[in-house]
Design a protein around this ligand. Structure first.
Ligand SMILES: C[C@@](CO)(OP(=O)(O)O)[C@H](O)COP(=O)(O)OP(=O)(O)OC[C@H]1O[C@@H](n2ccc(N)nc2=O)[C@H](O)[C@@H]1O
Ligand SMILES: Nc1ncnc2c1ncn2[C@@H]1O[C@H](COP(=O)(O)OP(=O)(O)O)[C@@H](O)[C@H]1O
Length: 284
């Protein structure tokens, strides 16, 4: 049997860091939503009890460092599955970009293997398994739009934001999530974005409100380390995006745009100095 799963990318509409926890993680408040840019996973049974990962790209690990491998191993161990699986990752989401590509692959693997091996695991259990793999994995298990608290694994579903265009631009630099969190001084954050006001804007279906309430305290760290991310933000604003923010720990910058007619100018303008640019829709 062969099954397929889509693993979409996420963006953070707001991200606040409240404090550092004794376990080394940070207590956060984030509102996340999915965008229509996805990896595609193909999973099929193997005659031997082993996990094999392949991908069309050469720049991700294919061994036990791959989050899809870890997800398959976890589900096999926890549910005593003595079967093998071959997982092909058709990567479309830029890697180490702040778009949760690896987390979404892990979540898609959990969903897919639950189906392939007919394990009957509930969504809640899948999210709990996901939390063992990474803070963003539980959100990626169910997707949609959600308020994420705790270290990101405590989820409250929200309605989807008003539909719009999303321009993603990923500069060619590597940002480490742990490195960015490690530089945050929660007690020194000047301006905290408001989860409450972003939630209100979403519930009112107000595109202007969503753009107004965009905010990410991790920008302070990543923009200082990589001034080109700041320049990318400025270019996107200048080219006419309605709201602009860095996603997660970066370095991807996203722009929300309501009018389709604006897209070619923004897309072409950014392509002038950034190779990886995508014009997509929210996944609503
Ligand atoms: C910043 C965010 C925003 O959505 O996404 P990305 O930029 O990675 O996409 C997430 O909080 C990233 O989640 P994820 O990438 O799953 O992180 P994890 O693997 O759990 O943790 C990686 C490292 O980041 C730090 N970390 C992560 C989450 C958190 N709430 N506090 C932390 O301090 C820890 O140092 C941890 O060792
Ligand atoms: N399935 C996967 N897809 C992409 N990257 C992966 C995967 N599994 C492990 N990784 C590793 O995870 C790291 C973070 O990748 P990714 O999840 O794309 O970033 P982010 O958390 O910033 O969105 C990369 O350094 C990559 O080598």
């Amino acid at each position: 049997m062969r099954i397929y799963e889509k693993a979409p990318a996420k963006i953070n509409l707001m991200l606040d860091v409240l404090r550092k926890r004794p376990d080394g993680y940070h207590e956060v408040e984030m509102i996340m939503t999915m965008v229509d840019l996805a990896d595609r996973l193909e999973m099929s049974e193997l005659p031997r009890d082993t996990i094999i990962i392949s991908s069309q790209v050469g720049y991700i690990p294919l061994d036990e460092k791959n989050l899809a491998f870890q997800a398959a191993q976890l589900i096999k161990d926890r549910y005593n599955v003595n079967k093998g699986v071959y997982i092909h990752l058709d990567k479309k989401i830029p890697v180490a970009a702040g778009l949760a590509g690896g987390s979404s692959d892990a979540a898609a693997t959990l969903r897919g293997l639950n189906r392939l091996w007919k394990l009957g695991i509930s969504d809640e259990e899948l999210r709990d398994l996901g939390a063992e793999l990474g803070s963003d994995v539980p959100f990626c298990v169910t997707g949609g739009t959600a308020l994420a608290t705790g270290r990101g694994e405590v989820l409250t579903p929200l309605p989807n934001p008003p539909q719009c265009w999303v321009i993603l631009a990923k500069p060619p630099i590597n940002v480490s999530t742990a490195g960015v969190y490690g530089r945050v001084r929660a007690d020194r954050i000047q301006q905290h974005p408001s989860a409450k006001r972003m939630e209100e804007a979403i519930r009112e279906n107000s595109f202007a409100g969503v753009c107004r309430e965009l905010g990410n305290v991790l920008e302070d760290v990543t923009l200082k380390l990589h001034p080109e991310v700041q320049r990318l933000k400025e270019a996107m604003i200048r080219l006419g995006a309605d709201g602009v923010l860095m996603s997660g720990s970066g370095p991807t910058v996203f722009g929300l745009v309501s009018k389709e007619a604006k897209i070619p100018r923004i897309y072409n303008g950014l392509r002038g100095f950034c190779k990886e640019v995508y014009a997509i829709r929210l996944l609503t």
